[in-house]
Design a protein around this ligand. Structure first.
Ligand code: AR6
Length: 341
């Protein structure tokens, strides 16, 4: 997945470069800066002394010394005042400058902490949004895997309103589906007729498909007919990309899927993606809920109200919000796996 949000200590990340939330002196400090210097050893401070500091919004690179990462990119985030003193522009610049340096040094994997969101006081939800916006823009034009490393989950939060809206949606749907079997049957029956398998439980699908097919072909070569029964996931994906007037690259980048995986799916019409991958494409293509269900079925999955992951996806689709990075932020906040490869 080109952009991932992970929970970890950044000094443990085995990537080409980790980014340090430093101060203008570049001579170390507390927070993540202190942790990086401690883990990297004295060589890092010695090299930092030769750099002559760094302005807010800019970035400089050093070796990683005793860290698992090859490089450390030091950037200086803004001190948050009230949001009206150019903080956002400066914070965006930190991410852009750091990514540019990583690119210049041929880094394929880079890990960022949430710059400015500790001692410098930038509200965490806004800091996360800036990080995601700048990194995802960069990834539209560049091949790289970028991690946003969240250290302290307790301190991490998406906006309270979004969190409570989703929590409420989960509550309504999760409870309903567990207490009212009739409602679930009605929901499944309401799915489009063109997709008859949708109305069945997933476990029954293979068996029923074969039964339907046997009845249909009466004596014809079953194998040949089985191959025709349905458009595959890969075929549907390519058809939808054409119908939406997207390029392949636009589609897989918006889905937060890397190029190699996309090529595999493109070249193998029987490719069976994982559920998060299939959903990532549905989001990228901005499919309706019914179309999303259809696409999932091609990969052998269904959206269910018995797990939070599915309900959160449904929440975003029903709101017409197809921003995969925002969806992933929310999934992360609810401890769910993320969309993408
Ligand atoms: N791994 C990942 N993230 C971490 C780690 C870690 N090991 N430790 C802390 N964080 P901060 P700032 C998170 O204060 O706000 C220093 O003294 C932390 O939870 O390190 O940019 C510098 O020298 C928070 O979300 O950096 C500067 O003087 C995020 O990293 C000043 O602090 C950033 O918190 C910079 O302040």
């Amino acid at each position: 997945m080109p952009l991932e949000i992970v929970r970890n200590d950044i000094t443990k990340m085995k990537v080409d470069a980790i980014v340090n939330a430093a101060n203008e002196s570049l001579l170390g400090g507390g927070g993540v800066d202190g942790a990086i210097h401690r883990a990297a050893g004295a060589g890092l401070l010695a090299e930092c002394r030769t750099l002559g500091g760094c302005q807010t919004g800019k970035a400089k690179i050093t070796d990683g010394y005793d860290l698992p990462a090859k490089y450390v990119i030091h950037t200086v985030g803004p001190i948050y005042n009230d949001g009206k003193h150019g903080e956002k522009v400066l914070l965006e610049s930190c991410y852009r400058e750091s990514l540019a340096l990583a690119k210049e040094h041929n880094c394929e994997t880079v890990a960022f902490p949430l710059i400015s969101s500790g001692v410098y006081g930038y509200p965490k939800d806004q800091a996360l949004k800036v990080a995601i916006d700048v990194i995802s823009d960069f990834l539209l034009e560049n091949e790289m895997t970028v991690y946003i490393v969240i250290f302290d989950k307790a301190a991490y939060k998406i906006s309270e309103k979004l969190f409570s809206d989703i929590a409420e949606y989960i509550d309504d749907n999760y409870v309903d589906e567990h207490t009212d079997y009739r409602r679930e049957s009605m929901r499944m029956n309401a799915l489009p007729q063109a997709a008859p398998h949708a109305r069945r439980k997933k476990a029954d699908v293979d068996f029923l498909e074969i039964c339907d097919c046997k009845a249909m072909v009466a004596g014809d070569d079953l194998d040949a007919k089985l191959r025709q029964i349905d458009e595959s996931f890969s075929q549907m994906l390519l058809r939808k990309i054409d119908e939406k007037g997207m390029t392949d690259a636009e589609c897989y980048k918006k889905a937060n899927i890397d190029r190699k995986l996309f090529s595999k799916i493109r070249s193998d019409i029987h490719y069976k993606p994982s559920k998060p991958t299939a959903l990532a494409f549905a989001i990228s293509l901005e499919l309706s809920l019914a179309e999303t269900e259809d696409m999932l079925r091609k990969a052998g999955f269904a959206l269910s109200h018995s797990n939070k992951f599915d309900i959160i996806i449904e929440y975003f689709i029903s709101k017409g919000n197809y921003n995969i990075f925002e969806i992933n932020e929310a999934l992360f906040a609810f401890d769910q796996s993320l969309l993408g490869a």
